[in-house]
Design a protein around this ligand. Structure first.
Ligand SMILES: [Zn+2]
Length: 202
């Protein structure tokens, strides 16, 4: 009898705990949803995309595309030497032209020709915003001028730091990591990515 009572008590307690947990879960879920939705909406509103090239280029609201198109074609020996300067057109067309030429050239330097269907570049207004994004993803404070995250197939850079060298280095990472079925150690990848930048004009 006593045993039955205590078993009954335990059952009642467990049932109560289950109910509280369920209510808490529903509350958190319903409260969290609008926050997520709001975040996504504001995030989507502040980003635009340039399609049509071998790389999808997202840029944050406030990024000056004229500046970007100039900065990623500013290496006379490469653009004008191995490849012609971007033809007249919109900044978007010039950016796609330069990115495509760089991808083509880096594949030739490395002798690696992986498919890059999802490759994306995200251009932030400034370095601070870009590094804040790294903190949001990994909880680590960094001060990078750019980085490539293979899990997202995405190069992160900013109007502050973007250049032909930055693009060559990070596109190098993307091509190297996509080529191997097992992503190589970061030291190996770093040596190869630096090699690409140094040999762009060879
Ligand atoms: Zn690197």
């Amino acid at each position: 009898m006593i045993i039955g009572k205590s078993a009954n008590n335990i059952y009642n307690r467990l049932y109560a705990i289950f109910n509280i947990a369920l209510i808490a879960f529903i509350c958190i879920f319903t409260l969290y949803q609008p926050v997520c939705a709001a975040d996504n909406t504001s995030e989507q509103e502040s980003w635009s995309v340039i399609n049509g090239g071998s790389v999808k280029v997202y840029y944050e609201q406030g990024v000056d595309l004229q500046v970007i198109s100039r900065k990623i074609a500013q290496r006379g020996l490469f653009f004008g030497g191995v490849f012609k300067s971007p033809p007249d057109g919109t900044p978007q067309e010039k950016i796609i032209y330069s990115a495509d030429r760089l991808v083509q050239r880096i594949k030739d330097i490395l002798g690696m020709y992986p498919q890059l269907p999802d490759l994306t570049i995200r251009i932030f207004v400034d370095r601070g915003g870009m590094n804040k994004e790294y903190f949001k993803m990994f909880g680590v404070v960094v001060d990078y001028d750019s980085y490539y995250i293979h899990a997202f197939r995405t190069i992160f850079t900013s109007e502050d730091d973007i250049s032909v060298s930055v693009m060559a280095h990070e596109l190098g990472h993307a091509i190297i990591d996509s080529y191997f079925s097992i992503v190589p150690p970061s030291k190996v990848s770093e040596v190869l990515a630096s090699y690409v930048d140094a040999h762009l004009e060879d």
